[in-house]
Unconditional design. Structure first.
Length: 80
């Protein structure tokens, strides 16, 4: 995922069935963010570029969860 994932002209991240780029929400789901995750406070102006950067630079949420569980299991195994 890149910070310009919402731009079809970047040559990637096209919707598989429609002639368009993926939306920011679709990119967020691809990165395993929860469907209701808010990237900006309700009182802030939404910037497509800023939100795209947040999504594109993110480590997928589920990957972080799996790595965390692995570290926890390892520490428990060695009794730390």
């Amino acid at each position: 995922m890149t910070t310009q994932c919402f731009g079809y002209g970047n040559g990637r991240f096209g919707h598989p069935e429609q002639d368009r780029a993926i939306s920011l929400r679709e990119a967020a789901l691809f990165q395993t963010f929860p469907e209701t995750y808010a990237f900006v406070s309700p009182d802030k102006k939404v910037s497509v570029k800023t939100v795209g950067k947040l999504i594109g630079n993110a480590v997928p949420v589920e990957l972080g969860r799996v790595i965390g569980k692995s570290i926890k299991a390892h520490l428990e195994k060695i009794n730390v």
